[in-house]
Design a protein around this ligand. Structure first.
Ligand SMILES: *Cc1c(COP(=O)(O)O)cnc(C)c1O
Length: 416
């Protein structure tokens, strides 16, 4: 069977060895998975989820009790006062945009303390000119870079003590930057640092890729608002699209007024038949995130054993589901990504090539043979075509499928 799938004995041997070397790490993931499953199950039971919540609304979407229950459950799982979980959010970028435009007004200052935010926010902020950016709406942007993979606590404390900043953004995952993803103990420390000198500033966390990777969320540590995508962790590979904003009730409401219209807020938004998928996705999410973590741990060990740089390393504490592998070689990078595509259930016969994508500055190669277009909780691998030729791999609906995809990628890379 493996031969038919194009996996050589050499790669199988490497896999066997790597897998044997990560049993300790896998055990920790299993424990995390059980804890977070309990958290989700508790929320389902608390709000008495029943068949009726799988029903759907059309048109304005008034009185959608499934949608309202979903938002209570997400709030509970995320330890937030309220949440907005909607398929009317096109993507994570859209949800972040809605949040930023909802909270920031002309002359407000927006401060990012984890360096430059995710690439797709460049035009939203106005780092790259756009007539509809925050900058075009007179919102000022400031940034404090991270130093040695940690916050610049001193600089942050000094800056926020002036009490003139409206909103601080922290991006938990690394995006396409070279820094590490940020673990929650660092987020806890920085929130304490901020609150020591400033009670008022809104602390918002871009939570993409971070959900359910630890036993708590940034909201447990005092973040006012968190934002993420449903075609990543919390969608469990089942939600067909959408994103969420969760946190303080008052802020969630302001965001809702911005997503729909002032006066309408959370009261409208047809669910068009996806309530069951959202619920089922959340139900499976702890396990799917665990599978993604195992896939990442396996891949990191496998490639470390061959001398490549993996970040995080197989036994390092993880802050998200993203695994980077640095190839220092354009050809190897492209072949690895193509191999991930070849190991996918969907479109395994297409060969991804680097191309110019909207929202990104460099050419990007994206391998994703996914059931849901662009889903990156399903095994996927992408890379901006620039030094040091680093692949960003994430997802895996089950560990077994994740592992097979990684083997295919390694095989293709070694053959070239
Ligand atoms: C994926 C991601 C986004 C944007 O999400 P999309 O759904 O792709 O628009 C924003 N921030 C981070 C850190 C991400 O990983």
């Amino acid at each position: 069977m493996y031969k038919q799938f194009g996996i050589s004995n050499q790669v199988l041997e490497l896999a066997k060895k790597a897998e044997e070397e990560v049993t300790e790490e896998f055990k920790k993931v299993d424990e995390l998975c059980e804890y977070n499953s309990l958290k989700v199950l508790n929320a389902f039971q608390k709000y008495h989820v029943s068949d009726i919540h799988f029903n759907s609304t059309t048109g304005y979407g008034y009185s959608d009790i499934g949608r309202d229950t979903i938002e209570k459950i997400f709030a509970q799982v995320l330890h937030a006062e309220d949440s907005l979980v909607r398929s009317q959010f096109i993507s994570g970028t859209h949800a972040l945009t809605v949040a930023l435009f909802a909270f920031l007004r002309p002359n407000d200052i927006f401060l990012s303390i984890s360096g430059k935010p995710y690439d797709t926010l460049d035009e939203v902020i106005g780092i790259v000119e756009n007539a509809s950016s925050l900058k075009a709406h007179m919102v000022k942007y400031e940034q404090i870079d991270m130093i040695e993979n940690d916050f610049d606590y001193e600089k942050i404390e000094k800056r926020v003590a002036k009490n003139d900043i409206k909103l601080i953004e922290i991006q938990r995952s690394r995006g396409y930057s070279l820094r590490d993803s940020i673990t929650l103990d660092k987020i806890e420390r920085v929130i304490k640092t901020i609150r020591k000198v400033n009670q008022k500033v809104i602390i918002m966390v871009d939570n993409c890729y971070g959900e359910l990777v630890e036993k708590i969320e940034p909201t447990d540590l005092g973040a006012d608002i968190i934002v993420g995508s449903l075609i990543k962790n919390l969608g469990g590979g089942i939600a067909p699209n959408g994103a969420y904003i969760a946190g303080k009730k008052e802020l969630v409401d302001i965001a809702a007024q911005r997503l729909t219209a002032p006066g309408l807020g959370k009261e409208v938004g047809p669910t068009l038949g996806i309530n069951k998928q959202i619920l089922q996705g959340l139900y499976l999410a702890p396990h799917v995130v665990a599978s993604s973590l195992k896939t990442a741990i396996f891949a990191s060990k496998l490639l470390e054993n061959l001398g490549y740089e993996a970040n995080p390393k197989h036994n390092q504490k993880r802050a998200d589901i993203v695994q980077t592998i640095t190839f220092h070689n354009k050809e190897k990078l492209i072949k690895f990504c193509q191999g991930i595509q070849m190991g996918s259930p969907i479109d395994s016969n297409s060969v991804p090539e680097p191309w110019d994508m909207p929202g990104y500055t460099d050419k990007v190669i994206m391998a994703a043979g996914a059931f849901t277009q662009g889903s990156s909780i399903e095994l996927s691998c992408d890379a901006p075509i620039r030094e040091p030729y680093m692949a960003f791999m994430q997802g895996g609906l089950t560990y077994e499928y994740g592992k097979l995809g990684v083997l295919k990628a390694l095989q293709r890379m070694l053959e070239n």
